[in-house]
Design a protein around this ligand. Structure first.
Ligand code: GDP
Ligand code: GDP
Length: 472
């Protein structure tokens, strides 16, 4: 098996108002806004998947993981900046072409120079200025050639990212998983539809894929019980292998088998082997968590039943949703809770984590081993759903049935016409709908289609995406 490599992390650093969040939004702009409906979640995002340039990467905006205390803005900024620098592969230091160099820029530059990460200096808001004009005074920061960009308009952003990532040793190359999802051949589909396709998705998936190892990330904030859960999972099984990382971007992986299933746990918390058990020796890292989510197939999100669901839980959940990974939720420390406490945490979850309703929920005790077998069963099911093969005739037939039952509403003079559906990817399942005037399809109609596909193809435990391709 190929070793898992984490995606490189790019941190955006700079004083307030230079355009960090504008750049962040440009770099992470979603191709398919899975999270559009959950604006409350995404408004204050600070980490995301990079979608610009040739290499995959993660971006963090150091502008505020936590609310900045007014009285100590610089102190707080410094703390966050330092953490981000320590954990990232390259720092993009933003300054403002219009405001010019100021004292805070110098302070940050000095800090960066001391910390010694790889730094790319970006001079933002440079639209409409020539290169020399925009960058001249920033040479004095002593951080090499300044790169003029406009986060708002996009000028220079692709070049900037290419430059930031190109010099990293061995940047991760995106796996070409899409290759097998071929272009739609309409005549062939019509022929298959006419012949009557009996091969359902359910039959198709049984014999596929399941020789693969399931890559599992067990994530959650500190002290929810992640290492306890990992030890419980491993306790009963044979640990096949435990790999120490070669470089900072190699994932720590623990392989184990159970029955005929093979799993690899991708570590988030710096587990180290001590005798027969694993223990966490590093402090919790948001970045490691994000990298593990990116690198896995199925996430187990661990929450603590004995404390309230926090902002940090919600942030991690939001990232999981955005990543498109399959998900199982474990509410841990269920032992020793009375009825009232149990009711309370269930309501708490329903109120704050409604957007995770596609995932199965388990109440477990990692310490006592309760519920852990069932949890693993849901992991298997979520994995199967995420990799399910969806046949074109079956998808198309389901699409047409959905339209017949409830046609998409007109939008102005446009009448959307949906004709075919085929699968464009896995983990998460991507359904591509072909037709005309599909820009006019509303979000609510898209949700209607999604719920039908989910039901028919049994897509529990995985998010799914629908994309529309209009031929005119
Ligand atoms: P942050 O505090 O560093 O995250 O900065 P923001 O991204 O919130 O941007 C601060 C202000 O600068 C906002 O009013 C942005 O619209 C503006 N801004 C950001 N990028 C550009 C740019 O490329 N050109 C111009 N003219 N304005 C920009
Ligand atoms: P991590 O930081 O998420 O890896 O959390 P740990 O696995 O280190 O657990 C943190 C604390 O919670 C430890 O004291 C564990 O013994 C305790 N803990 C973990 N799982 C359970 C559980 O199911 N029930 C109870 N009561 N305590 C637990």
């Amino acid at each position: 098996m190929k070793k898992t490599q984490f995606k490189p992390v790019v941190a955006l650093v700079g004083r307030p108002n230079v355009g960090k969040s504008t750049l962040f939004n440009r770099l992470t702009r979603s191709r398919n806004a899975l999270v559009a409906d959950y604006s409350g979640l995404t408004r204050d995002r600070h980490y995301g998947e990079g979608r610009v340039g040739s290499y995959p990467f993660l971006v963090i905006d150091t502008g505020g993981f936590e609310p900045v205390v007014k009285t100590g803005i610089l102190k707080e900024m410094a703390r966050q900046t330092e953490q981000a620098i320590a954990e990232s592969d390259v720092v993009i230091f933003l300054v403002d072409a219009r405001a010019g160099v100021n004292a805070h820029d110098h302070e940050i530059a000095a800090m960066l120079r001391r910390a010694g990460p790889k730094i790319i200096l970006a001079v933002n808001k440079a639209e409409g200025m020539n290169r020399v004009q925009a960058t001249a005074e920033f040479h004095e920061l002593g951080l090499g050639e300044p790169n003029p960009i406009s986060s708002a308009h996009g000028d220079g952003v692709v070049d900037l990212i290419e430059k930031a990532l190109a010099s990293l040793v061995n940047p991760v190359i995106e796996e070409e998983t899409e290759e097998e999802f071929v272009e739609l051949d309409e005549d062939a589909v019509e022929a298959e539809l006419a012949a009557g396709d009996t091969q359902g998705a359910e039959e198709a998936d049984e014999d596929e894929d399941f020789q693969h190892r399931i890559k599992l990330a067990i994530v959650g904030r500190p002290n929810v019980g992640k290492s306890t859960l990992i030890n419980t999972l491993l306790g009963e099984q044979r640990v096949i292998a435990f790999d120490m990382p070669g470089t900072t971007r190699d994932a720590i992986e623990i392989d184990f088998d159970q029955g005929d299933k093979k799993y690899t746990i991708i570590d988030t918390a710096g587990l180290r082997k001590r005798g027969k058990v694993f223990e966490s020796i590093e402090k919790f890292s948001v970045i490691k968590t994000l990298q593990a989510i990116e690198a896995c197939n199925v996430v187990v999100l661990v929450l603590d039943a004995q404390s309230e669901i926090s902002e940090q839980d919600a942030h991690i959940a939001g990232f999981i949703l955005e990543s498109g990974r399959a998900l199982v939720v474990a509410i841990n420390k269920w032992d020793g809770l009375d009825e009232d406490k149990r009711d309370w945490i269930i309501r708490e979850f329903e109120r704050k984590m409604r957007f995770l309703s596609f995932a199965k929920l388990h109440y477990i005790s990692a310490l006592k081993g309760h519920g852990v077998k069932a949890l693993l069963k849901s992991v298997n099911e979520a994995h199967a759903a995420a990799f399910r093969k969806l046949s074109t005739p079956k998808l198309t037939r389901e699409l047409r049935a959905a339209v017949e039952q409830q046609p998409p509403p007109r939008k102005g003079i446009f009448r959307p016409k949906m004709r075919y559906a085929h699968q464009g990817g896995q983990n998460p399942p991507l359904v591509i709908v072909h037709g005309n005037a599909l820009d006019a399809i509303s979000e609510s109609y898209k949700r209607y289609l999604e719920s039908r596909f989910r039901r028919v193809f049994k897509l529990e435990g995985t998010p799914m995406r629908i994309e529309f391709k209009s031929s005119n």
